[in-house]
Design a protein. Structure first.
Lengths: 354, 111
């Protein structure tokens, strides 16, 4: 078993901190020698190339890469040592876009979004716009990390935020292996506190969903079956309730790619993804209705492309020059990591897609 | 020529057995798929049974496949090991219960 690292790839000055190195790995080897088809070739088989953006429905804003955790699988390469943080000025530009865009969902992510010093201001302002579904992706432990975060459940409730939290397993061992020692206990405590203010309760409008992603080099199982198992275990062991479970596939980039290579699982994992390719999932991949905005305001087809520094293929490249009409119908930028969103029942930030 | 009888990469080629006997191969895979569908037993329970049998059959391909399958279904390592003990208990029990036959024979020949 590989020991959990405590620093980001960037801080460790790893080769893989460079997005072009990651893209090189994803294009070479088994994809270069023809052993496996490239994603472009694969979607061309069913005439789905080029993938095109449809009407914008979800704006996903990454407010910074700083995080209190250093998870093994993190595609952001987030951690306490990452200093990229969205400024209030960029947040204001995002607010202007949110007000005028047709998107029905706003999705804040990070790092730990709560660590951005302007996070609360941004939530307060964004909540005023009255967007239909306002998501904050919380890693849970942040709620217990420091006194100044203890009131987050109440804060989320006040602004009717939809909380989506990571939980790789209902057992301590598997959770801590992926997310760090002590993460399981803190996450359980945080979930109990969210339940206490009404989040996740069966008839509550305060939405609490969990994200499951595998703790190693394997794909997620059936989302419904996993949800059933999670619900049974969490209620029996900790009296915790939540609404839905999103099963998300780990994409082979950043720290998960580093883990796959170090554990000699890379080729097998890519085979798994390609073998589980589902053309039906391609039609509904999240990049077709989502825009990802980076901490410095640039636009990407998804959070993964953001981390690989693959900007949108459009003249509208930055939040300051946001143009929904120009962005609609753009060709989505793809590479082999995209197989992660089309395996099995597919995968998106909202769980399965097929 | 390969130097070992088992190559992990061969598992990926399992489907190719249909190439030399299409009808029987297809029938087998259709049956196989059906067996593992959710039924009176859950797919998770079936996966654990398959893991235990993989060990009693000592099939390295099956062990790889059903260990991964279990992980995908959220099966814990404790559950996996207990399942294997069930298989091992039946294996050793099946050996030992034949001890009665030995005892019967001793008693008949030399009792």
């Amino acid at each position: 078993m590989t020991k959990l690292k405590t620093q980001s790839l960037q801080k460790r000055e790893s080769d893989l901190a460079q997005s072009n190195r990651q893209l090189e790995i994803l294009s070479n080897g088994i994809f270069q020698n023809g052993e496996l088809p490239t994603f472009k070739d694969k979607i061309s088989e069913t005439s789905q190339f080029p993938l095109k953006a449809k009407k914008l429905e979800i704006l996903q804003i990454n407010v910074g890469y700083m995080c209190n955790q250093v998870c093994e699988h993190c595609h952001v390469d987030a951690g306490p040592d990452r200093k990229e943080i969205m400024t209030r000025e960029t947040m204001q530009q995002c607010l202007d876009v949110i007000k005028n865009s047709g998107a029905h969902t706003l999705d804040l992510t990070g790092g730990a979004p709560e660590m951005n010093p302007d996070f609360r201001w941004f939530v307060e302002e964004a909540a005023k716009v009255g967007i239909k579904d306002f998501i904050v992706r919380s890693n849970l432990t942040i709620i217990r990390a420091n006194k100044k975060y203890y009131d987050l459940p109440e804060f989320f409730k006040k602004h009717n935020v939809h909380v989506v939290s990571s939980m790789p397993h209902w057992t301590r061992g598997k959770t801590d292996k992926q997310r760090g020692d002590g993460v399981f206990d803190k996450s359980i405590k945080a979930l109990q506190e969210l339940n206490a203010v009404g989040y996740g309760m069966p008839d509550s409008d305060l939405r609490l969903d969990l994200v499951y992603n595998p703790s190693g080099a394997f794909l997620p199982g059936d989302q419904m079956a996993m949800e059933k198992d999670f619900k049974k275990a969490l209620i029996e062991d900790f009296n915790i309730q939540f609404h839905n479970l999103f099963a998300i596939t780990n994409l082979p980039i950043a720290r998960f790619l580093d883990y796959l290579i170090a554990s000699e699982n890379y080729e097998d994992y890519m085979y798994q993804l390609v073998e589980a390719y589902n053309p039906t999932a391609v039609a509904n991949v999240m990049c077709t209705n989502t825009l990802s905005i980076s901490w410095d305001g640039f636009l990407f087809d998804c959070d993964f492309n953001q981390m690989l520094e693959l900007p949108v293929n459009s003249k509208s490249k930055h939040i300051s020059e946001f143009n929904e009409e120009l962005l609609e119908g753009r060709n989505i930028v793809i590479s082999q990591h995209c197989y992660g969103c089309t395996a099995g029942a597919g995968s998106s930030c909202q769980g399965v897609v097929a | 020529m390969q130097k070992t009888y088992y190559d992990p990469a061969d598992l990926r080629k399992f489907g190719k057995i249909t190439e030399w006997s299409e009808e029987l191969g297809n029938k087998f895979f259709e049956y196989y798929g059906k067996v593992f569908e959710e039924g009176a037993l859950t797919a998770r329970e079936k996966s654990l049974i398959a893991l235990a049998v993989s060990h009693t059959e000592q099939c390295p391909y099956c062990i790889d496949a059903y260990t991964k399958d279990g992980l995908q279904r959220g099966v814990t390592k404790e559950e996996m090991m207990e399942a294997i003990h069930v298989g091992a208990a039946i294996k050793s029990g099946a050996t030992l219960v034949h001890g009665v036959q030995m005892m019967n024979k001793v008693n008949k020949l030399d009792g």
